[in-house]
Design a protein around this ligand. Structure first.
Ligand SMILES: *[C@@H]1O[C@H](CO)[C@@H](O)[C@H](O)[C@H]1NC(C)=O
Ligand SMILES: *[C@@H]1O[C@H](CO)[C@@H](O)[C@H](O)[C@H]1NC(C)=O
Ligand SMILES: *[C@@H]1O[C@H](CO)[C@@H](O)[C@H](O)[C@H]1NC(C)=O
Ligand SMILES: *[C@@H]1O[C@H](CO)[C@@H](O)[C@H](O)[C@H]1NC(C)=O
Ligand SMILES: [Zn+2]
Length: 292
């Protein structure tokens, strides 16, 4: 009897693993892509900050913020930002707060927060550091991914698609979960032999071939980090692709999958490139100021 319950709980955990963010595969892909674009300085700094069990691979720990979201309850609202229903735009001042109205408690606020912690803590000895920079690195890497998931900048009324019940092929789920996980899982099975590395390599090929001319505009940012334009892109994509033809109760199948997968793959690519760009800006030594 007891065994049966344990089994049942395990199955439930497997079926409903997470509600906050690209699934494990999405975050792994974002961080794996980013690692390939780190400068030497940034790569060395990142490796020093990673926990031992990561074995030098940022990608293996990019889902950590999802794993601690119950333990660190305060961090839950930092995975997303809600925007007014059907407005299809995002404004930092208007939208970046938690449900109790506390300012800056949203994904873009968190990205500024952890970027600031890394920048300001860089040359301070560990013992004097106010912040845990390992956690700051993992939160930043995770949230750069989340802000690119269109429904992490969705409507407040349906909690970014979480309350929009749909079927993904025959399976009952919600629209948010389709975008976090199901599109990627179906793509893995259908096109990539269930192998995440094969999918990542396909995205990397697109980065070096067809998206190459766009990379510098993706990286473009006039300060250390620029999460607000990424959030604006996300809500625009949410309206044009995620919510469209996905009303509550609808069944999403081939048409939806085939037309939305390229959007997901491009967002994974953009998050990876932009994560590398911000880590490079944070960790590359400042150019010396011209001497007199
Ligand atoms: C900033 O980071 C600290 C340390 O993790 C955390 O306690 C605080 O809630 C964060 N605030 C925001 C807005 O991210
Ligand atoms: C920083 O955070 C990590 C992950 O939560 C933890 O394992 C580590 O002990 C913390 N480091 C310090 C110095 O508190
Ligand atoms: C690569 O780009 C093409 C053209 O935009 C797109 O159709 C395809 O889905 C992309 N594949 C990946 C893995 O990003
Ligand atoms: C940097 O870009 C932001 C958003 O695009 C803009 O609001 C801001 O004025 C710019 N700052 C400078 C110094 O150009
Ligand atoms: Zn998340």
């Amino acid at each position: 009897m007891e065994i049966w319950w344990v089994g049942r709980i395990l199955i439930l955990l497997l079926l409903f693993p997470r509600i906050f963010g690209w699934g494990k595969e999405g975050h792994y892909a974002v961080c794996k892509i980013a690692q390939g674009y780190l400068s030497e300085d940034a790569e060395a700094r990142v490796k020093k900050l990673l926990p031992d069990h990561a074995e030098g691979e940022l990608a293996t720990v990019c889902s950590w913020p999802d794993e601690v979201r119950f333990h660190y309850r305060w961090s839950s609202p930092l995975h997303y930002v809600d925007t007014p229903d059907f407005r299809c735009n995002y404004r930092h001042c208007r939208d970046c707060h938690d449900s109790a109205g506390h300012k800056d408690r949203c994904v873009t606020g968190a990205i500024y927060n952890y970027t600031m912690q890394l920048t300001s803590g860089l040359n301070v000895p560990d013992s004097e550091n106010k912040y845990n920079l390992t956690e700051a690195l993992l939160f930043l890497s995770h949230f750069i991914g989340d802000v690119h998931q269109p429904l992490h900048v969705g409507f407040v009324g349906d909690e970014g698609g979480n309350t929009v019940t749909v079927r993904w092929y025959r399976r009952k789920t919600n629209l948010h979960h389709v975008w976090d996980t199901m599109i990627i899982e179906s793509a893995l099975k259908t096109y990539y032999d269930s192998d995440l590395m094969t999918m990542i390599q396909a995205i990397q090929r697109n980065i070096t071939d067809i998206w190459f001319p766009d990379i510098s505009s993706w990286e473009n940012c006039n300060s250390t980090v620029c999460p607000d334009p990424y959030a604006s892109e996300s809500i625009d994509l949410a309206c044009k692709y995620a919510y469209r033809n996905a009303s509550p109760g609808s069944t999403l199948g081939d048409d939806y999958f085939i037309s939305r997968l390229p959007v997901v793959e491009k967002r994974l690519a953009q998050s990876g490139i932009r994560l590398a760009a911000v880590l490079n800006r944070i960790f590359s030594p400042k150019l010396p100021i011209a001497k007199e």
